[in-house]
Design a protein around this ligand. Sequence first.
Ligand code: HEC
Length: 81
Amino acid sequence: MASVLASQVALTACADPIAGRNLFDQQCSVCHRSGAGALRTPAAEIPALLQSGSIRTHRFQLSDGQLKDLEAYLAEVQAAK
Ligand code: HEC
């Protein structure tokens, strides 16, 4: 488990999962109250999903950096499951 996590962190070296968690708390948890662990979409697909605008209630603009931070945080949450 630790090595899986380490390799994911290495792949997304400039992403900051702590910032991603703050972002989730501020921008997502208001609707996704059961937390990041309850999302069914794999972390790696979430930036594309958010940018696609296919979910009508998702009316926010996140920078590429914010999307990477969010992905790094969600990858950690999902790896821990
Ligand atoms: C205004 C309410 C709202 C906000 C804010 C919001 N969502 Fe959603 N989200 C929804 C709704 C409604 C759906 C579609 C129903 C479902 O599948 O839960 C959804 C679906 C999703 C899905 C697909 C379903 C799944 O379980 O994988 C993902 C991923 C997701 N949201 C991530 C996010 C992230 C990340 C943020 C913050 C950047 C966010 N959402 C903010 C309302 C919201």
